[in-house]
Design a protein around this ligand. Structure first.
Ligand code: GRF
Length: 222
């Protein structure tokens, strides 16, 4: 099966982008990254360029409005014949029109176990709420922020002496393993959306599509 052509959109340092780049270096990985863009000056663009990828900043402020920005983005996604788009720390809400064009082909990673803690400051809010498990979610994007069918999740324990920074680092380490795995599931055509829920065909056992901490490197999502 041909590898799916993936674009990654970032707004920041791009550590998740780095994890996707790393995974896609393997010729057997079912996706290749063909385009990277950001909506502002972002470390992720430099990281992608250094990896030899086509990467550019499309500063939002250069465009008249969101429609013009998204039209420019869409033009590039078509130019690079993109099949799937991954948001990786992309800090801008995309319009319903754009999201509909990419329905079930647009992924996002969010640093909480959705549907808990949508939005910002997820780690501080998890600590304040006293949850004992926290984590990250890869989901298909819908027009509402941090909404959409869940593809895969990774969980970490919240420890007694956690700070926001410690918890964030523990979650981020899982993000870097989860996003490549979730993208592989989608790129391989194994994620079916029905009734706004994702099922895996052929089936993947729970250990293959979700992660826990500390890492269990023996499970795979094939
Ligand atoms: C990650 O925590 C991701 O879950 C969230 O934004 C952060 C991006 O980090 N959406 P990075 O730019 O991938 O390092």
């Amino acid at each position: 099966m041909a590898r799916r052509r993936v674009a990654v959109l970032v707004s920041g340092r791009g550590s998740n982008l780095g994890a996707l780049i790393e995974a896609s270096r393997d010729a057997d990985y079912p996706a290749e990254i063909v385009y990277v863009a950001s909506d502002r000056e972002a470390g992720g663009v430099a990281l992608a360029a250094k990896a030899g990828l086509v990467a550019e900043a499309l500063p939002f402020s250069d465009y008249e409005d969101r429609g013009a920005f998204e039209a420019a983005l869409q033009e590039r996604l078509e130019l690079h014949e993109v099949d799937l788009v991954c948001l990786a720390g992309f800090m801008r809400l995309l319009s319903g029109k754009f999201v509909d064009v990419w329905r079930d082909r647009l992924l996002n990673i969010h640093p909480s176990l959705l549907p808990s803690f949508r939005g910002l400051d997820t780690h501080a809010r998890a600590l304040a709420a006293g949850v004992k498990l926290h984590g990250c979610t890869v989901h298909f994007v819908r027009p509402e922020m941090d909404e959409g069918p869940i593809i895969a999740q990774g969980a970490v324990p919240v420890l007694k002496d956690d700070t926001e920074a410690k918890l964030a680092a523990r979650v981020l380490a899982v993000e870097h393993r989860l996003y490549p795995r979730a993208l592989a599931i989608v790129a391989a055509g194994q994620a079916r959306v029905s009734g706004e829920r994702v099922s895996y065909e052929p089936a993947i056992d729970a250990a293959g599509a979700s992660l826990s901490w500390p890492p269990d490197t023996s499970s795979t999502a094939t």
